[in-house]
Design a protein around this ligand. Sequence first.
Ligand code: HEM
Length: 156
Amino acid sequence: MAFSEAQEELVLRSWKAMKPDSESIALKFFLRIFEIAPAAKPMFPFLRDAGEDAPLESHPKLKAHAVTVFVMACESATQLRKTGDVKVREATLRRLGATHVRAGVADAHFEVVKTALLDTIEGAVPEMWTPEMKAAWEEAYDQLAAAIKEEMKLAA
Ligand code: HEM
């Protein structure tokens, strides 16, 4: 499916609105992931090491991962519109494939993260949220996830 200029605009506009608050939105994003899939928690080594009861909000790495997923989905949207394809730098993509295979990430986890991402954006910018905005973020995320999953197959 071609990604339109209007779709890119929807992704970038909502990201711009969220950006000043990206740390706390990123944290909510992760809390939502673990709400949907508590079993995903032990995949994150720094959470495992910190013990069961350590507060999640004290993990800078968790926030960093969450912000990265947002930023990469935005970049994905821009590239999809310009080139019809996701271009993560090859070296980066290869590393992402290896990291996620090592962490035991499976296809189902990408679905969980997608749902959590969409829920979080809806909660962060409810006044902007429309079915069109949802579809634009979905497409940008799906294409990015597909590129990582492809690389995971090669790394497995
Ligand atoms: C690590 C991005 C989806 C779990 C990372 C890293 C990045 C990243 C940039 C840092 C390490 C590296 O650069 O190799 C993304 C993007 C995703 C995504 C863009 C979706 C499009 C997921 C999913 C899961 C997951 C679905 C599982 C719930 C992890 C874990 C690590 C990691 C466990 C390792 C953390 C660590 O050891 O510090 N991810 N990720 N990621 N990701 Fe993801």
